[in-house]
Design a protein around this ligand. Structure first.
Ligand code: PRP
Ligand code: URA
Length: 206
């Protein structure tokens, strides 16, 4: 399942994010806001159970989330998507996966994993602003499945059709939520028209 947001706020903020004139501070702010909007759409099917709640006026029927949620940012660029979502669901756990893309081969290289030995969450939201060839996303989901995660959703801001096809082929059970599916990858594996290098633009390292 691929879900491309049609929300006007997402379209507006994505336009600002793409703009080459948007500086790092604003870029981080937009990544944070877009992540919240995407997470809102991606969590519409979370399970809740009914609980009574006492209001100043009497008793109401309320609900609480039943599943423990894990936020799994792929370092570095996924980090910027954590804080806003975490504010919306402060009970979530955050588990980091470190991956970078080899510039020559475009293959993902692992450098950090501190997942505990067995899963502690029921729903994993994998966060990475860019789904390009799909190599990093597939490697992260492979790792989460080896860990024992059984409900995984992938959230990206921009995706290339090539990356979506690759992730869907490797992991057809993992729904993909994106702000926008762009045209294609260029010959060095960047999304076109894209937004450039999401990590460098967030961290001012470009
Ligand atoms: C970027 C991006 C993804 C990956 C996408 O990370 O944040 O993790 O590339 O490319 P793929 O779909 O072809 O694997 P990058 O390797 O630039 O590392 P960074 O986040 O540390 O800058
Ligand atoms: N990683 C990025 O940061 N941007 C792209 O366009 C592709 C991969």
């Amino acid at each position: 399942m691929v879900y491309e947001s049609q929300h006007p706020l997402v379209k507006h903020k994505l336009t600002l994010l793409r703009d080459v004139a948007t500086e790092s501070k604003k870029f981080r702010e937009l990544i944070r806001e877009l992540a919240i909007l995407l997470a809102y759409e991606a969590t519409a099917d979370l399970q809740v159970r009914p609980v009574p709640v006492q209001t100043p006026m009497g008793e109401a029927q309320g609900h609480v989330l039943t599943d423990k949620i894990g936020l799994i940012p792929i370092l570095r660029a996924g980090l910027g998507m954590v804080d806003g979502i975490w504010e919306m669901m402060p009970g979530a756990e955050v588990w980091h996966i470190g991956l970078y893309r080899d510039e020559e081969t475009l293959r993902p290289v692992f450098y950090y994993n501190k997942l505990p030995t067995s899963p502690t969450v029921q729903v994993c939201l994998v966060l990475d602003p860019m789904l390009a060839t799909g190599g990093s996303a597939i490697a992260a989901v492979d790792m989460l499945k080896r860990w024992g995660a059984n409900q995984i959703k992938f959230l990206a801001i921009l995706a290339a059709p090539e990356g979506i096809a690759a992730l869907q082929t490797a992991h057809p059970d993992v729904p993909i939520y994106v702000a926008k599916i762009d045209q294609r990858l260029n010959d060095i594996g960047y999304i076109v028209p894209g937004l450039g290098d999401a990590g460098d633009r967030q961290f001012g390292t470009g």
